[in-house]
Design a protein around this ligand. Structure first.
Ligand code: SF4
Ligand code: FES
Length: 248
């Protein structure tokens, strides 16, 4: 296959960026999108040019490191998939694909397709610790958790912090991410001691980082590689309201 790429190139955070055209030749349908970019980069390096910068680590949809817009869609056109799991068989010969970084005020571009997502880390940090007795190993049945609660908590914990929800949202809101993190612990007995202080601190941090508010458009759910539903945002709002009533 031959693929025509239009890639956002930006040398540094304060540099002026722009789209540059590249042609990827001899692309195998079995290549992942990132492997295709690897081949493009090998060609650029061979010509003495700066390779296209992008983040990746596990390349199997686990770590949340990768992520950029492919054809205007966060992580590309396949649902429930990170860009490292996107394969070139999804495209046709001579397709034209625009590739650009996440766009959000809270995610400044560092270089090319790499953005600074440390704002998400700071939301997690704002949540603080959970008070868990880490003494000797407990009996497995000492703290009972219902099957429904453990399943829902696990589904929320599946968030890999990729930031696609922010990139897809017209408000650049990180409500799905924050809601997933809050829901995860709010449903479990271990998350109860700091339940109120956690949600207040995390939502306040979310707003302070410059993320927008949720207006229930649902783009976040549509692009989330872990298919986290927006019911997590509804739970976050309920948790925040409940905690606000007791705020000191
Ligand atoms: S909620 Fe989904 S899209 Fe948002 S950071 Fe988590 S895994 Fe990524
Ligand atoms: S590189 Fe780890 S999720 Fe894509």
């Amino acid at each position: 296959m031959r693929i025509f790429l239009k890639v956002w190139r930006q040398a540094a955070p304060d540099a002026r960026g722009g789209f540059v055209d590249y042609t990827a030749e001899h692309v195998s349908p079995d290549m992942s999108f990132l492997e295709m970019l690897d081949v493009v980069n090998e060609g650029l390096i061979a010509q003495g040019q700066d390779p296209i910068a992008f983040d990746s680590d596990c390349r199997e949809g686990i770590c949340g490191t990768c992520g950029f817009m492919v054809g205007g869609i966060a992580h590309g056109p396949d649902p429930g998939t990170t860009v490292c799991q996107l394969h070139m068989r999804r495209f046709r010969n001579d397709d034209r694909i625009v590739v650009e970084p996440w766009r959000a005020r809270a995610f400044p571009v560092l270089k090319d397709l790499v953005v600074d997502r440390s704002a998400l880390d700071r939301i997690i940090q704002a949540g603080g610790y959970t008070s868990i007795n880490v003494g000797g190993a407990q009996d497995g049945n000492a703290i009972l958790v219902s099957k429904t609660a453990s399943d829902q908590a696990m589904d929320s914990a599946a968030c890999i912090q990729c930031g696609a929800c922010v990139a897809a949202c017209k408000n650049a809101s990180a409500a799905l991410f924050t809601g997933a993190k809050i829901t995860h612990l709010a449903l479990l007995p271990q998350g109860q001691p700091e339940r109120a202080t956690r949600v207040l601190a995390m939502v306040d941090r979310h707003d302070a980082e410059g993320f927008g508010s949720c207006s229930n458009e649902g783009e976040c759910e549509a692009v989330c590689p872990k298919e986290i539903p927006i019911t997590n945002i509804a739970r976050m709002n309920r948790e925040y309201f409940r905690a606000s009533l007791t705020r000191g």
